[in-house]
Design a protein around this ligand. Structure first.
Ligand code: HEC
Ligand code: HEC
Length: 155
């Protein structure tokens, strides 16, 4: 009983935190083709709505040292992508555990809450290889679709 109330409360909080940008039926607008191509080359192009503007700014400022990869872009291209990201960014800022804006969607309180029922062994296992690989479970993540109908957990 208690747990249900808590879950409901947290769900509502998460929903409020995401504000009006929250996708209808788990489907997100990914923005223009440049973003989808350039930022979807190594992983799926993540929904702009899942991080606040300060996070996107910091990510775009440090692309040449991007989680151990060099994702550097021409300044003009980077600026155009950043504009698109900021226009749809989450409203509420969130800090990383060690300070500064959170740089991983998978580290946000919202994400951890939404995914708290996924068994830990799945995240680390060969079928998923880390939470950042959204498409391992969200089969249409590439198109920004995180809805229930296209969600399938690997074994
Ligand atoms: C050269 C390959 C490459 C390109 C291009 C690239 N990334 Fe990444 N990105 C990575 C790697 C590697 C990680 C870390 C993945 C992991 O931890 O499993 C990552 C992680 C991320 C994360 C954190 C995911 C999470 O929640 O853990 C975000 C956000 C992100 N990238 C945004 C972008 C954006 C925006 C662009 C386009 C400007 C971009 N990436 C282009 C390689 C790339
Ligand atoms: C190991 C499987 C798995 C991975 C990997 C995963 N998710 Fe999920 N995701 C889930 C599950 C399970 C749910 C909860 C569905 C529910 O309770 O209705 C969920 C829910 C969501 C929702 C809420 C959808 C809705 O209907 O409101 C979003 C958005 C989401 N995930 C985004 C992501 C993103 C972005 C990534 C990658 C950074 C990711 N997920 C990686 C399993 C996964």
């Amino acid at each position: 009983m208690k747990r249900n109330t808590l879950t409901l409360g947290l769900g509502l909080l998460a929903w409020l935190a995401l504000g009006a940008a929250w996708a209808d039926g788990g489907r997100f607008d990914l923005g223009g083709p440049v973003y989808r191509d350039e930022c979807g080359a190594c992983h799926v192009a993540y929904p702009p709505q899942l991080l606040p503007a300060a996070s996107w700014r910091e990510l775009m400022r440090t692309l040449d040292r991007h989680f151990g990869a060099d994702a550097g872009l021409e300044p003009q291209q980077a600026a155009a992508i950043l504009d698109g990201l900021v226009a749809q960014a989450r409203r509420r800022p969130e800090a990383a555990p060690r300070g500064g804006p959170v740089l991983r969607i998978t580290q946000t309180a919202w994400f951890r809450h939404e995914h708290d029922e996924v068994p830990a062994r799945l995240w680390k296992g060969p079928a998923v290889k880390g939470a950042a690989h959204c498409a391992a479970c969200h089969r249409r993540a590439e198109a920004g679709d995180y809805g229930e109908r296209t969600l399938r957990l690997p074994r």
